[in-house]
Design a binder for this molecule. Sequence first.
Ligand code: FES
Length: 155
Amino acid sequence: MPMNSPEKNGVGKEEAFRPKIVAFCCNWCSYAGADLAGTSRLSYPAEVKIIRVPCSCRVNPTFILRAFGRGADGVILCGCHPGDCHYTTGNYYTRRRMTLLFSMLDYLGIERERTRVEWVSAAEGAKFAETMRDFVATVTALGKNRRLEDLRCRN
Ligand code: FES
């Protein structure tokens, strides 16, 4: 193959789309669930970048909008099951806020499937891995998120 052929330079090759996924995980349940998935050697896609937060209610909805603005194709928020929050009622606030955010995302024209809330306990490593695999597959099928992309954040 000649040195400057299109295949050698990567020109003309179609790269498979790999979505950027941000996962906010509460420290007490979901992050521990992710840890359990790791120690149990359950694999989940490397596209998922975890951000550990003290509680799911620490996630202000603007964090999610900002993640989309900075190039995320999907954002998932994981917390303790309702009734199990380490801070008693944090995830109830999360649930209400996310309901409002979903309506706002509908209004903005962002596909609902790009954002998800999931309750994952510290004992649910398998659920964590399965949820991430499913979410990545869903976002991959949707393709790149361009609606909220902040063009100043492009590489
Ligand atoms: S500590 Fe996990 S949701 Fe509040």
